[in-house]
Write a protein that binds this ligand. Structure first.
Ligand SMILES: *[C@@H]1O[C@H](CO)[C@@H](O)[C@H](O)[C@H]1NC(C)=O
Ligand SMILES: *[C@@H]1O[C@H](CO)[C@@H](O)[C@H](O)[C@H]1NC(C)=O
Ligand SMILES: *[C@@H]1O[C@H](CO)[C@@H](O)[C@H](O)[C@H]1NC(C)=O
Ligand SMILES: *[C@@H]1O[C@H](CO)[C@@H](O)[C@H](O)[C@H]1NC(C)=O
Ligand SMILES: *[C@@H]1O[C@H](CO)[C@@H](O)[C@H](O)[C@H]1NC(C)=O
Ligand SMILES: *[C@@H]1O[C@H](CO)[C@@H](O)[C@H](O)[C@H]1NC(C)=O
Ligand SMILES: *[C@@H]1O[C@H](CO)[C@@H](O)[C@H](O)[C@H]1NC(C)=O
Ligand SMILES: *[C@@H]1O[C@H](CO)[C@@H](O)[C@H](O)[C@H]1NC(C)=O
Ligand SMILES: *[C@@H]1O[C@H](CO)[C@@H](O)[C@H](O)[C@H]1NC(C)=O
Ligand SMILES: *[C@@H]1O[C@H](CO)[C@@H](O)[C@H](O)[C@H]1NC(C)=O
Ligand SMILES: *[C@@H]1O[C@H](CO)[C@@H](O)[C@H](O)[C@H]1NC(C)=O
Ligand SMILES: *[C@@H]1O[C@H](CO)[C@@H](O)[C@H](O)[C@H]1NC(C)=O
Length: 372
């Protein structure tokens, strides 16, 4: 097949134009990063996939930029690293409005997507957990660490937040639970008693696990130790939400959602903390927002000893959650029934592209071309 000459020329010109814009943008960004002392990151930009460079130019984003100290010794060509995925996890879908952050965790979507690295519902991308300390320092919480933003800059449509570590991409449920010291008793109990459930939990796109810490498992050992596999499965599934990652800002006082065991999970938030109730058991969330490739784990201080199971209610909940999550690709909105009409939880996720707020916050180093 032959394209008419004029059409061919137009295609060639357009491709050349896009390539020139991309290379100019990338060169400008690299120059800006170099100017801010981020020379190793600037060097790695050459390894960024064209799709990411192209996505970076559309809309406005925050880029978490690892310092030279953080990148020292990292070889972008190392086959055990997937540098494209690592870079994508450092870019947010929308700019972070630091004016709305406070000490409570907020959750923002990144550019990282694609199974098996990300197994969230529909086309949802992996998230980052951010907050702001009382002294104004913005933090990103990652792999058990709180990493402060040490400096910031802007380049065209990007706000660049300098951090002293490379962010780790959340691993699968087993690896995350295995790496969490206070969940070793849970890991041991599930591996020993319910090994067949682990692949199901890991393959579920969008999963919330309320995970009892070691002291909770030990306190319930007498009861759990007597139970057969059916009862243990029921108890475990009442700690799980099937089909959605319910990050902490989606948990509102009085909210409820059906567990993977078909039982209501109800939430209480008050001045003492965040609590989850199933049947006659209530537990306090002692550590929220531990991310996995397919969702989120919240550590709790008590086992929810609800042995009931309603498979029809579980299937019906999974199906309605799946329907609401399939098209939900923006800021996480979740499927928890809020207390009053309107989803009070959504506000916590909204990052307005308000340039006035944004410029006022980013008063630091201004790189390269002006943001405005
Ligand atoms: C390339 O970027 C520079 C700034 O880095 C800008 O001045 C110039 O106009 C750009 N050229 C094109 C063709 O976009
Ligand atoms: C990005 O920010 C600029 C100015 O800060 C604004 O004019 C523009 O509308 C924003 N773009 C998007 C897609 O939000
Ligand atoms: C990185 O992972 C993505 C999917 O998560 C995959 O498409 C890509 O081929 C991987 N790249 C390398 C170099 O392994
Ligand atoms: C994900 O996005 C791609 C490309 O935009 C689209 O083709 C696909 O249908 C989407 N998948 C889901 C499950 O929404
Ligand atoms: C802000 O507080 C954090 C602890 O929350 C501390 O590590 C950091 O040094 C403080 N930053 C400033 C600029 O005071
Ligand atoms: C979970 O992650 C670990 C560590 O990356 C890996 O060894 C293991 O194979 C993964 N499990 C599955 C089921 O993919
Ligand atoms: C498991 O234990 C429960 C409660 O003791 C009992 O009702 C059920 O019949 C047992 N199931 C099996 C398969 O033994
Ligand atoms: C869950 O919330 C809905 C809407 O507020 C309410 O109708 C329902 O009774 C609640 N269920 C439980 C178990 O709290
Ligand atoms: C908060 O709720 C929990 C769980 O219902 C309860 O035990 C605790 O007493 C409440 N705290 C306050 C201050 O009301
Ligand atoms: C989630 O629901 C789907 C559809 O009902 C089911 O196949 C899957 O096993 C459930 N996963 C869990 C962890 O309950
Ligand atoms: C933190 O911000 C969230 C969302 O804007 C808000 O709901 C919450 O009340 C704030 N917390 C404090 C302690 O100000
Ligand atoms: C950016 O840097 C300025 C100047 O150092 C500082 O006032 C501001 O808090 C920083 N913003 C963030 C998000 O770290």
């Amino acid at each position: 097949m032959q394209l008419p000459t004029r059409a061919l020329l137009a295609v060639v010109l357009q491709v050349a134009l896009v390539a020139a814009q991309d290379s100019n943008y990338t060169a400008g960004l690299a120059a800006a990063l170099n100017g801010a002392g981020l020379t190793l990151l600037a060097g790695i930009l050459g390894s960024a996939p064209p799709a990411l460079i192209s996505a970076l130019q559309q809309g406005n984003h925050t880029v978490f930029a690892p310092s030279n100290a953080a990148l020292t010794g990292i070889n972008p060509a190392d086959p055990s690293l997937n540098i494209s995925n690592i870079l994508a996890y450092h870019v947010t879908g929308a700019p972070i409005d630091t004016g709305t952050l406070n000490e409570t965790d907020s959750v923002v979507r990144t550019a990282l997507t694609g199974a098996p690295t990300v197994l969230l519902p529909g086309n949802q991308t992996q998230v980052l957990v951010v907050n702001k300390a009382s002294n104004g320092t913005v933090n990103v919480k990652n792999a058990g660490r709180t990493i402060p933003v040490s400096n910031n800059a802007t380049y065209q449509n990007l706000q660049v937040f300098v951090i002293g570590r490379v962010l780790e991409i959340p691993g699968n449920l087993s690896s995350v639970v295995g790496a969490t010291t206070d969940l070793s008793a849970l890991a041991g109990a599930v591996t020993a008693a319910l090994p067949n459930l682990i692949p199901t939990l890991e393959a579920t796109r969008g999963l919330t696990l309320f995970a009892p810490v070691n002291s909770a498992i030990n306190a319930a050992a007498g009861t759990i130790g007597q139970a057969n596999e059916t009862v243990l499965t029921n108890v475990l599934l009442n700690h799980v939400i099937n089909g959605t990652a319910v990050y902490s800002p989606l948990i509102t006082n009085g909210g409820n959602i059906t567990s993977a065991g078909g039982q209501p999970l109800t939430f209480t938030t008050n001045s003492t903390g965040v609590f989850v109730t199933s049947g006659s058991s209530t537990a306090k969330v002692v550590q929220a927002n531990v991310l996995t490739s397919n969702g989120v784990v919240h550590l709790i201080d008590n086992v929810l000893l609800n042995t009931n199971n309603n498979p029809d209610a579980a299937a019906s909940a999974a199906s309605s959650i799946a329907a609401s999550e399939a098209s939900n690709t923006g800021t996480p909105t979740g499927a928890v029934t809020p207390t009053s009409s309107g989803n009070a939880a959504i506000g916590a996720f909204e990052f307005a592209n308000n340039v006035k707020v944004f410029s006022a916050v980013i008063a630091g180093v201004v790189l390269g071309a002006s943001f405005l």
